[in-house]
Design a protein around this ligand. Structure first.
Ligand SMILES: [Zn+2]
Length: 338
């Protein structure tokens, strides 16, 4: 575990503390062998707008940390065969993504090779093969069950396990025309190393697609980040401008294609952004557009006020309604047992 004292995107030391709790705030168990899960210690970078977890695992404890979560999370989708609903959801996400990408010149047509990072069950790769003529298909995922489905049911050969900390490519091919990245920047322990690696892996006229990257701006307003806490896997709480800036710093020309208005259960969250990146020249941090931090800080303050009002109402109810008290204490007891 380490604590960053500079922004992981632009290296600025001017950081504004943000008091979001983690989603593990109600869990008593936070130690798993040598892995201790702490509060994320969020901060907002005053230069590039990135809101990020200052406390994060390093290379030595990242694997143990991911294993620890497998004991905490109920992963109904990570089984073989995956539930029908999961497969349908992946298909719907394919429809959505390829409709967006199909209207961008030179992304899908006439291309051969594709790498899908966090490919889940391999549905997008199979669709690119069957519907768009891609011939060389490569996928990486965290779950053995997904890899098995991709190989046995979808006939994909080049599937590998994704390392939690860094992008290792266990294939002979080291350059790709299209790289699809599923919810990758939000989780990255070292986001700029990730972008640099993606740039290396991309052919000159190829494109990287970042999908399932949540735009947090509406969530700041809602106060839900206080109520539920922030998933401890989420190291970058992105917004459209902060992701845009990060891509510019990483040597890409970014374009936001869409922000998904509806949730596709098990495949995509409401408010997930899709970014298309092509190779460009990296810009210096000082050349970033000026950051008016007021809208972000106002949104977070509004969310906090909503949450405080929620706590007040809850306290009042607990005082006056005995049944509510019982339900709350049973809920708390159940949560402890997870
Ligand atoms: Zn920054």
């Amino acid at each position: 575990m380490k604590t960053l004292d500079r922004c992981p995107a632009c290296d600025s030391g001017e950081l504004i503390p943000i008091d979001f709790p983690t989603d593990l705030k109600d869990h008593e168990v936070r130690e798993f062998g040598s892995v201790v899960i702490k509060d994320s210690g969020f901060a907002l970078c005053a230069r590039c707008q990135l809101l990020f977890a200052r406390n994060r695992q390093d290379r030595s404890d990242a694997v143990g940390y991911y294993d620890a979560f497998s004991k905490l999370e109920k992963r109904e989708y990570a089984v073989y065969p995956p539930p029908r609903e999961f497969l349908d959801a992946q298909n719907r996400l394919s429809d959505y993504l390829f409709q967006l990408l199909g209207s961008e010149a030179g992304v899908l047509e006439g291309k051969q090779s594709v790498l899908n990072i966090r490919s889940e069950c391999g549905m997008h790769l199979a669709r690119l093969r069957d519907d768009y003529g891609f011939k060389e298909l490569y996928g990486l995922d965290h779950f053995e069950s997904n890899i098995r489905y991709a190989k046995e049911n979808l006939g994909l050969v080049n599937m590998g396990l994704l390392h939690p900390f860094e992008l290792e490519i266990p294939f002979d091919r080291k350059q790709f025309d299209l790289i699809l990245c599923n919810h990758l920047v939000t989780h990255a322990f070292e986001p700029m190393s990730l972008l640099a690696h993606l740039r290396q892996l991309l052919s000159e006229d190829g494109a990287v697609v970042l999908y399932n990257e949540i735009d947090h701006m509406p969530r700041f307003y809602e106060g839900s980040l206080y109520k539920k806490g922030v998933v401890n896997f989420h190291k970058q709480l992105l917004t459209e401008p902060s992701l845009h800036n990060m891509c510019l710093l990483g040597g890409f020309q970014p374009k936001m294609l869409a922000c998904n208005p509806e949730k596709i259960r098990w495949a995509s969250n409401r408010g997930s952004m899709v970014f298309l990146l092509r190779k460009g020249e990296a810009i210096a941090p000082d050349a970033l557009p000026p950051f008016d931090r007021k809208p972000v800080l106002d949104a977070i303050a509004e969310g906090r006020a909503k949450y405080d009002r929620h706590l007040e109402r809850k306290a009042k109810k607990a005082e006056t309604i005995p049944l509510y008290k019982t339900v709350t204490s049973v809920k708390r007891w159940l949560r402890r047992r997870v």
